[in-house]
Ligand binder design. Structure first.
Ligand code: LLP
Length: 404
């Protein structure tokens, strides 16, 4: 049975902690993690939580307690992961486009590193030779993912070293006698189709014979979650089956066996998250009935940035008559959350909740319009914990420098 927080419970949290409010349900994260480990239980597979989705330190600690490793996309995420208690051996830093000094810092911290450019590979080889095993991020030239902005593996993407440049990679590796421990491919976000992963595996197996010391194959993240417009869940069991079959078909008896890595972000934390807002104003116009909530794309940018669909519920009037609304924010720029959306009748003061808000919600929020970032609450074992205070006015001034 899928875990859900009830409307009454969320209304209570809105009253206790105020709005706008991000709420994360820890046991839902566990439910999602268990789906992954169960599906892949017959294979040597390890999951690195892509923490760019949600980095609150309490979430990191909770995910660590489940047994997952962590994937980072900046040196500060690496520092947060260390702070949360992950040992360096369980931290992966999949870099992209970063300065070499950050890679040196990651190396000094002892974490696993995936390098995504020939330039940094060359610098790494020159400085560390074979003394520090390292991974290579490749661009497979595959189009996959929900929206072009979140597709990373195609042939116009900036991510990874294009597979067609493999000879150049091998040249660097040979010249510096490097120890390449893993090959990495991440094709995009919101992938449902197992064949995308199978295609990556096929591409990798073409080049694997060149990497004699390879131990790990990293297939990235991207498992899509149901967003309630499309209720079908990604069939993780089907993906696991196809991935395992594909590995088996490429592995001759007695040949090397690789540990497989995945870096799920959304799959672990999207559905655990609820974004609770309050209705400020209802405005009737000839074109639409606008419902303005006490938020905007400064707090949840996904609808405006990716056309992402977030299911919205009026938790204050769940059995009111259904009507159509345009749900918008209160910032001084167009910040539409949903057009022409059917909701139970909305009154000023009602609480609207946005579902699937755990991943890339708070994490992509900003202080645009000098508004405060929301508070965050984690619900665990039936108890609600404030895990980030709402901003206060001093936060807006904290790093500004006054000059005469
Ligand atoms: N690994 C790498 C190397 C990635 O670049 C990403 C996401 C992930 C793993 C995790 O992907 P996930 O499992 O979360 O789909 N802000 C966008 C998503 C951008 C994803 C960027 N990279 C959104 O809100 O849809």
């Amino acid at each position: 049975m899928s875990q859900q927080l009830t409307n009454e419970y969320l209304t209570g949290l809105a009253k206790e902690f105020g709005t706008p409010l991000y709420v994360y349900h820890a046991e839902k994260i566990q439910e999602q993690y268990n789906k992954l480990t169960k599906a892949f239980n017959n294979s040597n597979t390890v999951f690195f939580y892509a923490c760019k989705a949600l980095t609150n330190i309490n979430i990191l600690r909770y995910i660590k307690s489940l047994g997952a490793n962590v994937d980072c996309s900046s040196i500060n995420e690496v520092r947060l992961a260390l702070y949360a208690g992950f040992p360096p051996a369980r931290i992966l830093y999949t870099s992209n486009g970063i300065g070499f000094s950050e890679i040196e810092e990651a190396q000094a911290l002892g974490v696993i590193i995936n390098i995504d450019s020939l330039s940094n590979l060359e610098k790494f080889g020159k400085k560390f030779g074979r003394s520090y095993p390292v991974g290579v991020r490749l661009r497979p030239n595959i189009m996959a993912g929900g929206n072009l902005k979140i597709s990373t593996g195609h042939d116009k993407s900036k991510f990874g070293i294009p597979v067609d440049q493999i000879e150049k990679v091998l040249d660097v590796v040979r010249r510096y006698d490097m120890n390449i421990a893993d090959l990495h491919i991440h094709t995009g976000s919101e992938i449902k189709d197992a064949d995308v992963f199978v295609k990556s595996i096929e591409i990798l197996f073409d080049i694997i014979p060149h990497f004699k010391e390879l131990k790990f194959i990293d297939l990235g993240g991207g498992f899509k979650v149901s967003d309630r417009r499309d209720f079908t869940e990604t069939d993780i069991d089907a993906i696991a089956k196809k991935v395992n079959e594909s590995f088996a078909s490429h592995t001759q008896p007695g040949a090397r066996n690789f540990q497989v890595w995945f870096e799920p972000g959304k799959f672990l934390v999207s559905q655990c998250g609820y974004f609770v807002t309050q209705v400020n104003v209802i405005k009737e116009t000839s074109s639409a009935t606008f419902v303005s909530v006490d938020s905007g794309f400064n707090h949840l940018i996904r609808p405006m940035f990716y056309d992402a669909y977030h299911h919205i519920e009026n938790i204050s009037n769940p059995s009111g008559p259904e009507k159509k609304y345009s749900v918008v924010g209160n910032i001084c720029e167009t910040d539409t959350f949903a057009w022409d959306r059917t909701l139970n009748e909305v009154r000023e003061g009602d609480h609207l909740v946005f579902h699937n808000a755990g991943a890339y919600g708070f994490e992509m929020s900003s202080n645009f319009n000098s508004r405060f970032k929301p508070a965050e609450v984690m619900v665990k074992d039936g108890k609600a914990f404030l895990i980030r205070k709402r901003d206060v006015f001093e936060d807006l001034l904290r790093s500004q420098v006054l000059v005469d």
